[in-house]
Design a protein around this ligand. Structure first.
Ligand SMILES: Cc1cc2nc3c(=O)[nH]c(=O)nc-3n(C[C@H](O)[C@H](O)[C@H](O)COP(=O)(O)O)c2cc1C
Length: 252
């Protein structure tokens, strides 16, 4: 008698094994903060490829709380350079990208996770997850939801219940969105490097002016501006150095 296969069919995505680690290392190790770029333009298709790679960054609950503004309008770009305190890295950059973390699209992104789930049938658990997960990252009007969660979490913890990271205050929500946005920023600069271009992450900028240039609402937070272009010969000011790894890595 043949055995009936009652095992649930699972999605399987093989992990490629043929990745060239040395080339990957070369990308990581040759990424430097470049403060002076040449006049060379970044071809549109390369910039798009880098932005697409940025969007592949891991992100909290797949809620993708970010927007990348590629500022190409000449008058806006001029103002943005001013907002970046006139830094050479901004002034000489072929492209300036403002990386914005957002807490204003949580519901929309949760709905999209249900509507655009990559299987024809959305598992009930997924539906449930995306119905409730927005509550985890939102804090509500006058922080009402945040305060409620503060009390509820305190009570739950007295019962030895383990609970996930949540936003109790708007600042927690900003941290949540910024954490994830910064990961996409790193993808972006590594992608640029892989295409032989370079970058400089900048948080030396006047936030109110950046907000004004992009007409950002108060739930959109410019995390950093990334200047990108071709590295000038004298674009890196000194060798890269890091402190003793023992200071940063602890095996416990
Ligand atoms: C969030 C962030 C903000 C930064 N802001 C600036 C900046 O405003 N101007 C600048 O010249 N470099 C800026 N940097 C670059 C750092 O100074 C640089 O990464 C650090 O000195 C290490 O050098 P490396 O990137 O070449 O390894 C920033 C980097 C990060 C990650």
């Amino acid at each position: 008698m043949s055995k009936v296969n009652t095992e649930k069919k699972r999605y399987y995505e093989p992990a490629p094994q043929d990745i060239d680690v040395e080339n990957f290392k070369k990308v990581v190790q040759s990424r430097r903060s470049v403060r002076k770029f040449t006049d060379k333009v970044i071809p549109a298709e390369i910039l798009d490829d880098c932005l697409d790679m940025a969007l592949l960054a891991p992100n909290s609950s797949n809620l993708q709380p970010w927007t990348f503004y590629v500022v190409q309008n000449p008058s806006k770009k001029k103002l943005l350079i001013k907002a970046c305190l006139g830094q050479l890295a901004a002034k000489t950059a072929a492209e300036l990208i403002v990386c914005v973390a957002r807490t204003d699209r949580i519901d929309d992104m949760a709905k999209r996770n249900i509507n655009e789930f990559p299987f024809p049938e959305v598992p009930p658990l997924v539906k449930k997850y995306y119905t409730y997960i927005p509550l985890n990252y939102k804090t509500g009007y006058f922080n009402a939801l945040g305060n409620f969660k503060k009390v509820a979490f305190k009570v739950a913890r007295t019962l030895d219940k383990q609970l996930p990271v949540t936003a109790f205050t708007p600042a927690d929500a900003v941290l949540w969105a910024s954490k994830t946005t910064a990961l996409a920023c790193e993808n972006l600069v590594l992608a640029l490097r892989a295409h032989s271009f370079d970058s400089c992450m900048m948080e030396g900028f006047d936030e109110p002016l950046v907000r004004k240039i992009l007409d950002l609402n108060d739930q959109q937070y410019p995390v950093m501006v990334i200047g990108a272009g071709e590295r000038a010969e004298d674009g890196v000011f000194f060798p890269q150095y890091r402190f003793d790894r023992e200071l940063f890595i602890q095996k416990v």
